[in-house]
Design a protein. Structure first.
Length: 363
């Protein structure tokens, strides 16, 4: 019996030495700090998406608001009834009231001018020029909202009223509505340019241009952010689709036999895309301990379905075995995200399951 035992040990050792010679292998030092990497680092899509979801904070615009005033909030002024038929007498009376208003304006009596113009508007409510004239007085009185109400009516009556656009633009400038003011004043200058329009435009245009440039800048940023967000969402959809494909390729709960280096790389990449723990088991058909460990390995695969269990025969995949420095079988490598994190050498059932339980719980 002793001779038979010694003979079997000698034969087993001879086979192992012959195997190592054929592969030109060396024993890997278990304290070796070199880590095998089988996958490139993956971009952190979640961090990128969080950055994209952050709101764009617009910077302040430095504007010249020295002439801007507080808005007037007085009750609306009296308006004429557009359905009233204007008689010749009413028209004449309105003209007389307008004349008195112009005289009051020249004397600086603005409240009196408003009273006369209101009388004229009530007598002749269809006159755009009367509303525009009263608006000009409201501008002088620093009552921009009242002026805007009058100019709106004037432009409803006559959409080509140069004075309507002029005084609405001036009123909007008093309120700091620079872009709207610039638009109204430009229309007024095209219809009937005067020096007062040009003077106000010199104050309005610089602010309007700054706002336009600011808006264009942030509109461009929002557009770029939208494109990046769409691209990120597309990447996430593609990643999810690849994840589903990867999960299908890994056959959860089963041991996958590897037959080529490219197939091994494919499984590693699929597992990395899902952040799965991988166990790579090197075996051989002539290995007695392997015949004991193989059913154990199958059982563990069913128990830990979220762990990827791979199996490679060293005689079939000599190049792979050489790359992993296999010196004896069975050998079990633990890989996460393409990097070796641990290994078990030999038919150590409890040690193997203990490490699987340890690393699987860290997923």
């Amino acid at each position: 019996m002793i001779l038979l035992w010694i003979s079997s040990r000698v034969i087993s050792k001879a086979l192992e030495l012959e195997f190592q010679k054929s592969l030109n292998l060396h024993v890997q030092d278990e304290s070796d700090d070199d880590i095998k990497s089988t996958d490139a680092p993956k971009p952190n899509l979640s961090t990128e998406k969080d950055d994209i979801d952050d709101e764009i904070v617009e910077s302040d615009i430095e504007l010249d608001n020295s002439d801007v005033i507080e808005p007037d909030n007085e009750p609306p002024q009296k308006m004429g009834n557009p359905s009233v038929e204007v008689t010749e007498e009413n028209w004449d009376a309105a003209q007389l009231a307008k004349g008195k208003a112009m005289e009051a304006i020249s004397e600086g009596k603005l409240d009196e001018a408003i009273e006369h113009l209101t009388e004229a508007i009530l007598l002749n409510p269809g006159s755009a020029i009367l509303y525009a004239t009263r608006a000009s007085v409201f501008v002088k009185m620093n009552k921009p909202n009242a002026a805007i109400r009058d100019t709106d009516v004037a432009l409803q009556i006559n959409p080509d009223s140069a004075k309507g656009y002029k005084f609405r633009g001036m009123a909007r400038a008093l309120l700091g509505q620079w872009e709207e003011a610039a638009r109204d004043l430009h229309v007024a200058s095209k219809l009937d340019y005067d020096e007062e329009i040009g003077s106000v435009l010199k104050k309005v245009e610089p602010n309007a241009h700054k706002i336009e440039e600011h808006n264009r800048k942030y509109e461009r940023l929002r557009k770029e952010r939208g494109l990046k967000k769409a691209g990120c969402e597309r990447q996430h959809r593609q990643a999810e689709a690849k994840g589903q494909e990867a999960a299908f390729a890994l056959h959860d709960g089963h041991v996958l036999s590897i037959h080529s280096a490219s197939e091994l790389e494919t499984k590693f990449n699929a597992a990395s895309s899902l952040s799965r723990l991988v166990i790579l088991y090197f075996t051989a058909s002539w290995c007695g301990p392997c015949r004991f460990m193989s059913p154990v390995y199958e059982s563990l695969a069913g128990k830990y379905s979220q762990v990827v269990f791979l199996k490679a025969d060293i005689d079939e995949l000599r190049d792979v075995a050489a790359r992993w420095n296999i010196s004896s079988v069975p050998t079990f490598f633990f890989i996460r995200n393409g990097k070796e994190i641990d290994k078990v050498i030999g038919a150590d059932k409890s040690g193997l399951e203990g490490k699987i339980a340890q690393y699987a719980s860290q997923s």
